[in-house]
Ligand binder design. Sequence first.
Ligand code: PHE
Length: 509
Amino acid sequence: MAEALQQLVLTALDTNGTILDTRELVLPGQTKPATSSEDQIVILGALNSLLSREMISYETHEVISHDLTPEGQQIAREGSHEARVWDKLPEKGKGAPITPVELKGLVGDETAKVGQGRAFKNGWIGKEGNGLVKLVTEISDTTKDDIQEIASTGTLKSGEKVLADLRKRKLIVQRKGQWFTVNKGPHFSTSTAKPETDLTADMLTSGAWKTATFKKYNFDAEGVPPSGGALHPLLKVREEIRNIFLEMGFAEMPTSSFVESGFWCFDALFVPQQHPARDLQDTFYLSDPQKALSPEPEYYKRVSTVHEHGGFGSIGYRAPWSHEESSKLLLRTHTTASSAHMLYKLAAKCRGPENDDGFRPAKLFSIDRVFRNETMDATHLAEFHQVEGVVADRGLTLADLIGFMRAFFKKMGIDKVRFKPAYNPYTEPSLEIFAFHPMLNKWVEIGNSGMFRPEMLEPMGFPKDVRVHGWGLSLERPTMIRYGINNIRTLVGHKVPIDNIENSPAVMF
Ligand code: PHE
């Protein structure tokens, strides 16, 4: 039916150029024009389908139309009550008059009651004795005619007064209806073949694309929400920071080993073996296995010597060296442990011939997880991520470090930075980094930095004129600021709402 109706509309348009009034169409399988509102609803379906393919355009017209009530339908079929009463009576003087009781038996209570009154009023019937007879030999049943006209056209030519009367008599009800004017659309064709959704290789080779109708692309369609994974805000910020480092020519360090030894996490960095950071209260130690493999013996010896007795211009800590402390296994407390491994590898290449000591400048970075035995609160967890940059070159100065950091933080959108002298066991000088927080309207500490000490670099084997500087910050801090999070537990851990993760926007510095 839908297909046939669409075809009918297209054919009508093709022959006449336009359809002025859809009420004049004769629907497939019918004999009379589609004047009823049901018909127009069916037509509207077909029009909308053709419109979506831009084969037609149409205009809607509103009409008030009328439907028959069940009583109205009966009148359309059998005539008005008064006509039915008249019909049953004998002509005056030509037979026995019919009593009202008999009439009820012939036409039913309702028709007898209503019909008698109206037939009397019309002068169609009269009394004879205590019975009823016809007074006229012919009647014209205008009610039936009017009702039939309404049934086929939805309205009456004779006008609103009669309609109002029929409404009052509950023979018809008023209803809003629609009809349409139809014109050809930009993709008019007499074929209702389904529009193509894709341009295929077959269509190109056969040339079918030339005549094909294509379905219009719906740019407003919402699309299917992906049910796959979503990146965590920390990972998004990590990616941004990683890109900043890569842009600045840094290479990423391998940071996969969460477990380090006391040697690599502290000793190699010239952190005294008695330093409070190495306490159980601050560092997680492993119970199984407890001991690390020994580092390369000669390097190990140089490190232990510089701690115990000094060297390379340093007096050392002059405290007894503990191999046990050095070989403890722990969860790394900073990614500078990974930097130490990488710097040692870099220094190991510095064994070239006389005129080339083998040193090559390096810019390295890492962003990974570290662990500290912290009391947890809204801003501290026992594990977090560190961002760390390390630069090694001959003759670097503190100004180079400051310059690097300014450039780096500027790329993160932080223009105002300040540096404050600080203490780190492995750097001298050391600087704390402060940034101006426009929302808090104050300076906040964002990181830590410094020039690595000769006591750390020279035992590794770096030439004396090679300077290495570095800086570090947490990944959580800028992430929380970026996403306006004030409790770290809504960012990391089992209390994180999954839809927060799924809906968190991408971040760009
Ligand atoms: N490791 C330092 C920290 O945990 C950061 C840092 C890295 C400082 C490199 C100086 C040089 O805060």
